[in-house]
Design a protein around this ligand. Structure first.
Ligand SMILES: Cc1cc2nc3c(=O)[nH]c(=O)nc-3n(C[C@H](O)[C@H](O)[C@H](O)COP(=O)(O)OP(=O)(O)OC[C@H]3O[C@@H](n4cnc5c(N)ncnc54)[C@H](O)[C@@H]3O)c2cc1C
Length: 501
């Protein structure tokens, strides 16, 4: 069905039509498709993947798609979440829309028919796109699922990678198969030559609850923004949220929309942050070439970025300020929390840096995640060998920054590096495409604005490494190549005096 301007009416049919167009585009650009990597088998007889990707979110999907364009097809993505529930979008993301602009490209491999704009327009129509401010998170998740199906990327969902170890000449990935409810049902191992960590913003650490909270309160009385929170259970409750970023505002709004009596967002700083330095970073030169700077410049730029908390976007602020019971207090960092008795039971008392004390029923720590590789089960065996910035860079006096120092120190192609040379040379075969890559590579893993350049850089780097390993075998194959191109009879000139051969 088409509308009066001849365009296909928005909806399923239009989305299917777009999928067909995108596949046609991929087909037009398919050369070269010939497999060039030799299959490998583990000593146990098990299959060896060329690349195992941990995480089936936007990052993992984009890396897989880019590798396939280099005919690196012996790859596998593992994601512990069910299909269509990868990433934060349908889980801990409590905003209504993405925080980034709608037109950001990133995973479409340069093909307009694979862009979020093309998908949204096919789904809802041109006018809907024109009117759209930012992409609703549910639509983004649906776009990712559509993208994955169109490009033909397989993901082993419900599969958690519980440990990665080096096994002689390949990695052994210990897998735990999870049922829909997340309980482990089986375990097995797979093998891979290269591993990509596409495990999300918290992929190099964990969502963080300050110790003074977790040590003072029963678990039922607090959560952090990375937890699954039963907001319905907070109906009629008084909530206090620690944090100044988007998650703090979004969690407070979600609690009030679910019926909480009040939600107070507590900002540590005396002045609310209004500037988001990441917007300045959205420049082609900076996004593409940040990683080419020397350590000192990387450190200075990142130190400046991290000196800001990324503020909540205006629409998160507007959403909260429209809700009854919403409050934002500045200069209210938390000094301590404790349970105090009340005539009807117990409540939480929060002592703030501004001197005021809050009395509430539930706390939400929305202070982000901590970078600490030892907190990642899949990296537990390797973490102590992985170099961090503190192992490789000594900032000038006064320029120290413990947060930056805790980030992994990556090579020029997202590879992990060794703390001690020679102790774990295989680490370079692990490519880090989480937010942990930011200090070394700039906005890249787990940031939409960094995907446009970073995805190809990482994929090209892996296919380059695979190629260089294969050179001796490729040379053998090249020098033994003997498939004639010209097979037909040669029209020899038989005129008298002309030699036949
Ligand atoms: C609440 C929230 C809102 C955000 N909003 C924006 C935004 O608007 N714009 C923007 O640019 N960025 C945003 N980000 C940052 C970032 O873009 C997103 O986090 C995005 O999801 C990152 O994509 P990813 O593929 O790197 O990771 P994810 O989408 O998080 O995917 C990682 C996947 O890895 C899987 N996984 C992790 N560990 C394992 C394991 N051991 N075994 C198997 N599977 C594993 C997880 O199940 C998950 O599905 C937001 C982040 C959060 C948390």
């Amino acid at each position: 069905m088409t509308n009066p301007t001849g365009q296909r009416a928005p909806g399923d049919a239009a989305v299917d039509c777009l999928a067909a167009q995108a596949r046609a585009d991929l087909d037009c650009l398919r050369f070269p498709t010939e497999e060039w990597l030799a299959p490998r088998v583990h000593a146990s007889g098990a299959h060896v993947y060329d690349v195992a990707i941990i995480g089936g979110g936007q990052g993992g999907l984009a890396i897989a798609a880019a590798l396939r364009r280099d005919a690196v097809t012996n790859i596998k993505i593992f994601d512990r979440r069910p299909e269509g529930k990868e990433g934060p979008w349908g889980n801990i993301a409590r905003m209504l829309t993405l925080r980034t602009q709608k037109h950001l490209p990133g995973i479409e491999l340069g093909l307009p028919n694979l862009t979020p704009k093309a998908w949204f327009t096919a789904r809802y129509g041109e006018q809907a796109w024109e009117k759209l401010d930012k992409i609703p998170k549910g639509d983004w998740q649906e776009y990712l699922l559509w993208y994955r199906r169109v490009v033909g990327i397989e993901v082993s969902n419900g599969t958690e990678v519980t440990n990665v170890t080096w096994d002689g000449d390949v990695f052994r990935l210990a897998l735990s198969r999870l049922d829909e409810d997340g309980t482990a049902s089986a375990a097995d191992d797979v093998f891979a030559r290269y591993v990509v960590l596409a495990t999300g913003v918290d992929g190099n650490g964990a969502w963080y609850t300050p110790d003074f909270i977790s040590s003072a309160l029963p678990r039922s009385r607090y959560a952090n923004s990375g937890d699954h929170i039963d907001f319905a259970a907070l109906k009629g409750k008084r909530i206090a949220v620690l944090g100044a970023g988007a998650s703090a505002f979004d969690n407070a709004s979600t609690a009030l929309e679910a019926g909480a009596a009040e939600a107070t967002v507590c900002l540590r700083r005396a002045e609310i942050q209004r500037i988001n330095p990441q917007f300045w970073m959205g420049k082609a030169g900076f996004l593409r070439h940040f990683s080419s700077m020397d350590d000192q410049w990387k450190w200075r730029f990142m130190r400046h970025m991290y000196s800001y908390n990324i503020p909540a976007p205006q629409d998160a602020y507007n959403r909260l300020s429209r809700l009854r019971g919403a409050r934002v207090i500045q200069n209210a960092g938390w000094r301590g929390v404790k349970m105090v008795p009340t005539p009807t039971g117990e409540e939480i008392e929060v002592a703030t840096s501004g001197g005021s004390a809050l009395r509430v029923d539930f706390l939400i720590a929305a202070v982000g995640f901590k970078i600490d590789l030892r907190l990642r089960p899949e990296l537990a065996t390797l973490a102590d060998d992985i170099a961090l910035w503190k192992d490789k860079y000594t900032p000038a006096i006064g320029d120290e920054d413990p947060t930056l120092s805790s980030y992994p120190y990556l090579g020029s192609n997202f590879e992990l590096t060794e703390k001690v040379a020679g102790a774990a040379p295989f680490l370079s075969r692990i490519r880090n495409f989480t937010y942990g890559a930011t200090v070394s590579m700039g906005l890249s893993g787990s940031a939409l604005s960094g995907l446009k350049y970073a995805v190809n850089d990482l994929a090209n780097g892996i296919s380059r490494s695979l190629f260089l390993e294969e050179v001796p075998r490729l040379y053998e194959s090249f020098t033994s190549y003997s498939i004639p191109e010209m097979t037909g009879p040669v029209p020899f000139d038989n005129r008298p005096g002309m030699s036949a051969r």
